[in-house]
Design a protein around this ligand. Sequence first.
Ligand SMILES: O=C(O)COP(=O)(O)O
Ligand SMILES: [Mg+2]
Length: 224
Amino acid sequence: MKRSTIFPSPRAAILDLDGTLVDTLGDFVVVLNHTLNDLGLPSVDRAFVERTIGKGSEHLLRSTLAQVGAQAGLYETAWTRYQARYLDINGKHAQVFPGVREGLDRLRSRGLRLACLTNKPTAFARPLLERKGLCGYFEQVFGGDAFERKKPDPLPLWRTCEALESEPSRTLMIGDSSNDAQAAHAAGCPVVLVTYGYNHGEDVRAVPAQAHIERLDQIEDWLA
Ligand SMILES: O=C(O)COP(=O)(O)O
Ligand SMILES: [Mg+2]
């Protein structure tokens, strides 16, 4: 699993959050079902949430309302409640994945500048990283609302590369889904995918990437 020679050695890395650093599926399930319950609507199950995470909270909530047959006009009310519920629950049903702290330590000890880039709103992302003791690793934290477009569009990666003062070809994207990979390919960044996250219900090993790793600390072997 050595690094290919197509890309020069990375100077910086951009890390995805949900499904890559933190297992947030429990938070999403609890918050969505509280929101649905507040509105007198039926619950959704974990498997539905797992395959629907990844394209931002607005998309997740819209898909959830459609799944339970809610009226289209309910979205704004549901979004207000969802945000209040999420800010309250954020991180309580979430765990840092095994190998993440060690992996971040290794990236840092190699001198890479680090940013976290997620489709989660910035207002949820920062407190989550703080609560999980991960904030100190990152020079920059950008949520899905930080730029005009979200991953899989390459724009958030280009903007993050600029903030890290690193060229795309020297900036490694590390994520868990085809969203991250597509954005990286389009931006000209190398990409490594972790195999333990959420990939829209599909096997992430089938998504083209420079490497697939089972724990973030295996990034060491790829960088060597
Ligand atoms: O909020 C989401 O939909 C997932 O966010 P991610 O980009 O951190 O995987
Ligand atoms: Mg993710």
